[in-house]
Each structure stands twice: as structure tokens, then as C-alpha cells.
Design a protein around this ligand. Structure first.
Ligand code: MCF
Ligand code: FE
Length: 407
């Protein structure tokens, strides 16, 4: 048993003072320090530095580790030229993406306080790195393929990858999961099969959804930049699904919808009504010219969302604090203190719910996953701690997963 004492403990959207946590692999008790010391006299005591804030470990719900070799290969600015550049450079990027590069990125996430992440895997090449990483990993095997002719073959390959992720060691902290790439790239027949598979096996489910204006135009009118793309690469000028049909395919199973920047009010209300959640990737959306997700609308609809980095295919780092700071700039009209608190909740409690993890809050029975952040001086007003944590943190001061210290 260990007991950790920090100046501030983040709970229920507030920063509690004079509290301590007793933990093994899970949180055993949260109480006044003197009470815990009395209750567990043999516990190892961890006293954190002055002005340290204890957060639940942060959860990055959406990252593509396989694209970690990208620096300047992919074209940022507008979605379609980016997608063209993915087709052009994908093979080289995969070849260049060594285990060492991916391990370093897992470390970068860890140092920023990320104790769990959702890895979107196109080929399964990052499975070993994820198994060996200290973090919890929800391993999202990606299904892609819009051409009916190849659909069965692609589904077969997807099932093989699912099986590989199911046979990982229990202490690798891997959860096998399903990712549908997007409405424009997955044939409805295999989409339905994959959703049923996720539901039957109670696996987390995610999908990219309404990321760009071009995607909307293609799905609604079979026009725009995607038309040129599909004619050029796939010899077709008809989308395989409609927005409505695609959304309805997830009706009976809560899913993590990534991006949703171009979703309208009705679609967002529908996602909320069906118990789905959203992943918000502010920098990725900015770099690919997709626009700003109207998080104030999600709030009004009580549609929960996480904050995620996406991959280095559309970002410059996998640091969750870099993402928070960018979110603050992107949503420049939002009250800054309130937004800061909301972002912290998004990357802890709401992210845990979206990925089905027993983490994200500092309650008894939850996983002992912590990120400790040390502020540069005594915060003058405790209600501003969320903002000061976001502005002054590049790396966490200490990180715990399953009660073990890794940073
Ligand atoms: O989330 C970003 C942008 N939207 C869609 N896909 C990806 C992103 N980063 C990487 N990808 C991958 C995706 O998983 O790129 C491929 C898929 O395998 C695009 S489709 C050729
Ligand atoms: Fe993505």
C-alpha cells in the first residue's frame, strides 16, 4: 500500500486541499492524510513537491502511432491534398516507422501525463510496442474498404488483426477494439458485420465521422473533391452510404465518433440521443483545414467529448498539454477558466467513459493511474488551477499507472 499527499487533488471539477490517496493497483481510500496514515500505518508515504496537483492520468482517446514517422511528407492545410499525400507517402511512412520511433512517442505521451490511449491501427504493426508500453492501450483495429469486390478479403484481414490483439498478455493492459475508418471508406455490409462483432464481444468501437466539408459534400451530393479522388483511385463516382444510414448503423452500441466538425445540429442531437461520445482533435482539425468543432453545442446537448491528439499524420506532437493549449486558442470565444476545467474533464472522466476504462476519476475502486503536475508558484486563487496547469505544464512531474511510478 502507498499513500500520496499532494497540495491539490482534482475531484468533481474542483481542487481539494488537505486530502491524500491510499492505493495499491487501485485506489483504496481518499481521506484526510492523518486518517489514512492511521488506517494504513505500514504504507509507503509519497510526499509531492509544493504546489503539486494530482490529476487522474490523462487519456488520449485517438492516436495513429503507425504514422509517427511523418514530419513533412504529408501536406497540411486542406483535407483533400492531405489525403492525396497519404496515398502517395503511406508506404514509405510505414516503412520508416520503426518500433523505436513509436516507443519514443509512447514515452512522449507518458511524460505529458497520458496513462492510457486509444491506438487506431491500420496494419497491426504497433501491437508489440503497445504491449510493451507501460500505458493502458485500447487497441482499435481499423476496418477500411469501400469496394464490394475486396470487402470480404479486407474483413478477413481485419479479423486476423482482431485475433492478434485478443491474444496479448493480460499484464500488457491491452483492450482489443474496433475502428471503422469512416462513412466514405467502409462498405455498409462489412460495417454492419464489424459493429455486430464489437457489440457481441463488448469491444470499444470508434469511427472517424464528418471531418471535412468535402466528406459532407461527397456523402450528400456525390460531388466535390472526393468525387475526383474516388474517380481517380477507385473508378467510382457514387458514395457507398449516406450520413443517415451510416449513423444508424451504430444505433444499438455506444460509439466514439472522432472529429464531427462538419456534423449539423440534428446529427449532433442524434449522437447525443443514442448515447454516443465525440473525440475532439483541435490541432488535427486546424492543420487539415477542417474547421472548429462547436464544443458549445456539444455542451448544450450534453454530448460528452474527449480531447485527443490524433496521429503525427496530422499533428506536431502527442503531448496532451500541447493539445489543451491549442484548444484554448482555437475556442477563443469560450470563457477561459471554464474551458480549462472542461478540457481536463474531457481528457479524464469523459475519455474513460468513451473507452470503457475504469479510470479517469480519483474515486475508490478506480485504477491507480495518476498524473502529477507541479505549478511554478502557489496559485493565488485555487479556482484557477485548471488554467495554470494547462498553461505551465509541458511535462508531468510524476506519472503512475496501476500504482507503479513510471515518470
Ligand atoms: O484522423 C486523421 C485524419 N482522418 C482520417 N484518417 C487518418 C488520420 N490520420 C491518419 N489517418 C489514417 C487512417 O487511419 O489515414 C488513412 C487511414 O488508415 C486514410 S485513408 C487512406
Ligand atoms: Fe484519426
Amino acid at each position: 500500500m502507498k499513500i500520496i499527499i499532494a497540495d491539490y487533488i482534482y475531484r468533481d471539477g474542483k481542487f481539494a486541499e488537505n486530502l491524500a490517496i491510499a492505493f495499491g493497483t487501485h485506489i483504496e481510500a481518499v481521506d484526510l492524510p492523518e486518517k489514512l496514515l492511521k488506517k494504513y500505518p505500514d504504507a509507503k508515504l509519497i510526499r509531492t513537491k509544493p504546489y503539486t496537483v494530482l490529476f487522474p492520468g490523462f487519456i488520449n482517446t485517438h492516436v495513429h502511432l503507425e504514422f509517427s514517422a511523418n514530419k513533412t511528407s504529408l501536406k497540411y492545410g486542406t483535407f483533400m491534398p492531405w489525403l492525396d499525400s497519404v496515398i502517395e507517402h503511406r508506404d514509405d511512412l510505414m516503412k520508416d516507422c520503426s518500433n523505436e520511433i513509436m516507443q519514443n512517442e509512447c514515452q512522449e505521451m507518458l511524460r505529458s501525463g497520458i496513462t492510457a490511449f486509444g491506438a487506431i491501427s491500420s496494419f497491426g504493426t504497433e501491437l508489440q510496442v503497445c504491449e510493451e508500453s507501460p500505458q493502458r492501450v485500447v487497441f482499435f483495429n481499423e476496418l477500411i474498404g469501400s469496394n464490394a469486390q475486396y470487402a470480404d478479403m479486407l474483413y478477413g484481414d481485419f479479423l486476423e488483426r482482431i485475433k492478434a490483439s485478443q491474444s496479448c498478455d493480460a499484464d500488457s493492459l491491452i483492450t482489443p477494439a474496433v475502428a471503422i475508418h469512416s462513412p466514405y471508406s467502409v462498405h455498409p455490409v462489412i460495417l454492419q458485420k464489424a459493429v455486430s462483432l464489437a457489440k457481441q464481444n463488448k469491444m470499444p468501437l470508434t469511427t472517424h465521422f464528418l471531418e471535412s466539408q468535402a466528406e459532407r459534400e461527397w456523402l450528400e451530393k456525390a460531388e466535390g473533391d472526393f468525387k475526383t479522388f474516388f474517380e481517380k483511385f477507385f473508378n467510382t463516382s457514387t458514395p457507398v452510404t449516406t450520413i443517415r444510414e451510416f449513423m444508424h448503423a451504430f444505433d444499438t452500441y455506444p460509439t466514439h465518433f472522432v472529429h464531427c466538425v462538419q456534423a449539423n445540429d440534428e446529427e449532433l442531437a442524434y449522437l447525443a440521443q443514442k448515447g454516443h461520445t465525440v473525440a475532439h482533435c483541435p490541432r488535427s482539425n486546424r492543420y487539415l483545414g477542417c474547421g472548429r468543432l462547436a464544443i458549445e453545442k456539444l455542451r448544450a446537448l450534453e454530448l460528452p467529448y474527449s480531447v485527443a491528439t490524433d496521429g503525427l499524420s496530422s499533428n506536431d506532437s502527442l503531448n496532451i498539454f500541447d493539445e489543451f493549449r491549442s484548444a484554448i486558442m482555437l475556442h477563443h470565444q469560450a470563457p477561459v477558466q471554464e474551458l480549462s476545467l472542461r478540457l481536463i474533464k474531457a481528457a479524464t472522466e469523459d475519455a474513460a467513459k468513451a473507452l470503457g476504462l475504469n479510470s479517469g476519476t480519483l474515486e475508490v475502486g478506480k485504477n491507480a493511474d495518476f498524473a502529477l503536475v507541479t505549478l511554478p508558484e502557489l496559485p493565488k486563487r485555487p479556482e484557477e488551477i485548471a488554467l495554470w496547469s494547462i498553461l505551465y505544464t509541458r511535462q508531468a512531474d510524476a506519472v503512475y499507472i496501476e500504482g507503479e511510478q513510471y515518470v
